[in-house]
Design a protein around this ligand. Sequence first.
Ligand code: BDP
Length: 326
Amino acid sequence: MLKKITTTILGTAAGCLLLSGVAVAEDWRAWNIHNDGHPNTAAMDKFAELVDAATNGEIKVQVFHGGVLGSQPDALEQVRLGAIEIGNFNLGPIGPMVKEANLVSLPFIFKSVPHMFRVLEGEAGETIAAAMAEAGVQPLAWVDAGARSFYSQKPINSPADVEGLKIRVMNNDLYTSMISAMGGNPSPMAFAEVQQALKTGVVDGAENNFPSFKNVGHYEVTTHYSLSEHLIIPECICVNTAKFAALSPEMQTAVRGAAEEAALYQRELWAVQSGQARKDVEAAGIKVNEIADKGPFQEAMVKVYDDYLATNPDMAGLVKMAQDTE
Ligand code: BDP
């Protein structure tokens, strides 16, 4: 009886709140793998501020930095399930759950970062975004992550230099194929474990962009960074699809607008801070080498493309779309 009365009172109270238009504030948890000093950390803090302002405090985003809510594959799963609402994710680890997202994980698929954004802004990007939303991880804005290059205890100038090296990669079969095609031994591993693995020699090398190479101290336990730029993988501010769909149209516009503005801010920060990160690691003793001819790396990837398209023939259209984009 008491329970019934309480439920009725609560029900009526909630009804009044809804009728009077007083919304109940929502608390969202946001996942971010980076620490202070990384452009994405500043951009995610900015996103939280912007959401607060644009929704009049109806949505409060609390950003958890440094990957404390879990590894990237785990956090992605949590966003799909709605246990974490939103985050800044790299499309690499999204590939195993959303086939279309794997377009961006094909080595050398993009000619440059601007080319990558042009592809994302076109039909290929729409296809990828729709597939991600369908899988429960809806992109609201794309974020820059530069190009990834190899680092190890020796310079890498050709695929032959990768031969026999154990190289850490993110969790995606395309990256293991990529390293194997150069004769290396791929080692998929969570980002949080890489510094220790490099330090103890569990792996001989890894690959990443300058800001991440610097931010988590990989430069402290390695000596050479070789500009192979074999992967240009975008990132997103991605939200749980159902959570976003449940918002009113006004709230959706507010959250999307905040994500777009935070992404633009991120791209500005990235442009400045990636150059700075390179200078900083060089000042700390890292030898950076240009690779005069990337042709042999690209030739080694022909097998990766052939094998991939043989098992995923339905991806040929997206691959062609990216390759045909000016
Ligand atoms: C960084 C990405 C981050 C990845 C990390 C990695 O921003 O999302 O988790 O690389 O290599 O550049 O795991």
